[in-house]
Design a protein around this ligand. Structure first.
Ligand code: UDP
Length: 364
């Protein structure tokens, strides 16, 4: 069978998958299979995205759930291994830098199925970050590497991967962003639902292990946000992982009293909230780029970023996550950040470029 297997498991991967799945769905003779590892399982991080992005039900959901990284990867490896042995897809497509990406790369390679990696070559330079490990290992196991920028390609060349099939296609998240904004206009009703005024609030997301698993760092960020919230509205769609940490450490919860804390929102609502924010403070890879695409200043709740161009352009600054007072000042002052218009990640044609390469590899 001429099948191509997409392996996904986390919210940003469902968004990226949607664009590529759509770009491939009318190709004659090509069967697309979707394997969901179950890394994200909350309805508002998983099923809602499948419904909203009009994705088909996955062929299989491994249901690995929320366990430690190694056990989670082991469960994924076992499940993916059985599935690829049975289905023998011609190619596996992996997205980004999650544990599902890493497990997909290992399991497919061990089964002799070639791997294509979307968002290849991203590096923040910190190998202690689980996402960086996942990126490096996945790239080294991939035959086809789709890069969002020339910097990403250069990173691959530096690691000796220049002779692989490398394509600079731009950022797939920009395709998603453009598609979604064209599909449904932004509506101020979304803001009204949360009692917000356009450009009258700071939007925050926090979910990276480097923040959630480091109590000091999380405490410092939350107390910085509490300082900001003394003078401005701060909206925090709270990721379940961060929520779980806060529940475990009740003293962290006191910093939330002046913040507007909501459940994670759907993709369209998120794009609306981003577009009308005064400033976005985030540790998310996707949200920092969306801030840039919306023209909204961004403070990164991290010491490094793999989307380095955003910092070089002045669209994003690295927040001081160790000092709440400085972080609060950075967030307030960021409203005045200005930068030159530029397109370091292309203009939103990544999905078609990727689809062309994939169909050549899996001919009908
Ligand atoms: N997102 C969303 N709802 C939320 C928070 C984020 O739809 O409540 C979207 C966001 O617009 C972006 C993606 O999720 O497209 C980013 O995912 P996440 O921050 O979980 O992961 P990362 O990009 O850091 O890998």
């Amino acid at each position: 069978m001429n099948s191509l297997l997409h392996i996904v498991g986390a919210r940003p991967q469902f968004i990226k998958l949607a664009m590529i799945f759509r770009a491939l769905c009318h190709r004659p003779g090509l069967t697309q299979l979707v394997l969901h590892t179950g890394q994200h399982y909350d309805t508002n991080l998983s099923q809602d995205f499948f419904n909203d992005l009009e994705l088909p039900k996955p062929a299989i959901n491994l249901g690995v759930g929320s366990v430690g990284t190694s056990i989670q990867c082991a469960r994924m490896l076992e499940g993916i291994c059985h599935y690829v042995q049975r289905e023998r897809p011609r190619l596996t497509v992996l997205y980004g830098d999650t544990n599902s990406t890493l497990a997909g790369a290992l399991a497919a390679t061990q089964a002799g199925i070639p791997v294509a990696h979307v968002e290849a070559g991203m590096r923040c330079g910190n190998l202690y970050m689980p996402e960086e490990i996942n990126r490096v290992v996945t790239d080294h196991l991939s035959e086809i590497l789709f890069c969002a920028s020339e910097t990403a390609r250069a990173n691959l060349v530096n690691e000796g991967l220049g002779s692989r099939e490398v394509h600079v296609v731009g950022d797939i998240m920009l395709d998603c962003f453009n598609y979604e904004r064209a599909r449904r206009p932004l509506s101020l009703d979304t803001l009204a639902r949360y009692g917000l005024d356009p450009k009258g609030y700071i939007l925050v997301t926090i979910h990276r292990a480097e923040n959630t698993d480091d109590k000091e760092s999380l405490e410092s960020i939350l107390s910085g946000l509490a300082l900001v919230a003394a003078t401005q509205q701060v909206l925090l769609p709270l990721h379940p992982r961060t929520k779980a940490r806060i529940m475990e450490e009740p003293q962290l919860g006191r910093h939330l009293s002046n913040l507007k804390v909501i459940d994670p929102v759907g993709y369209h609502d998120m794009l609306t909230l981003e577009s009308y924010a005064r400033v976005i403070a985030t540790d998310s890879g996707g949200v920092q780029k969306e801030a840039f695409y919306c023209g909204v200043p961004c403070v990164l709740l991290r010491g490094t970023t793999e989307w380095r161009e955003l910092v070089d352009l002045g669209a994003a600054i690295l927040g001081n996550c160790k000092n709440p007072r400085i972080l609060a000042e950075q967030i307030v002052d960021a409203a005045h950040q200005r930068w030159e218009r530029s397109t370091p990640y292309g203009t939103g044609n990544a999905a078609n470029a990727i689809a062309e390469v994939l169909v050549r590899r899996v001919p009908s």
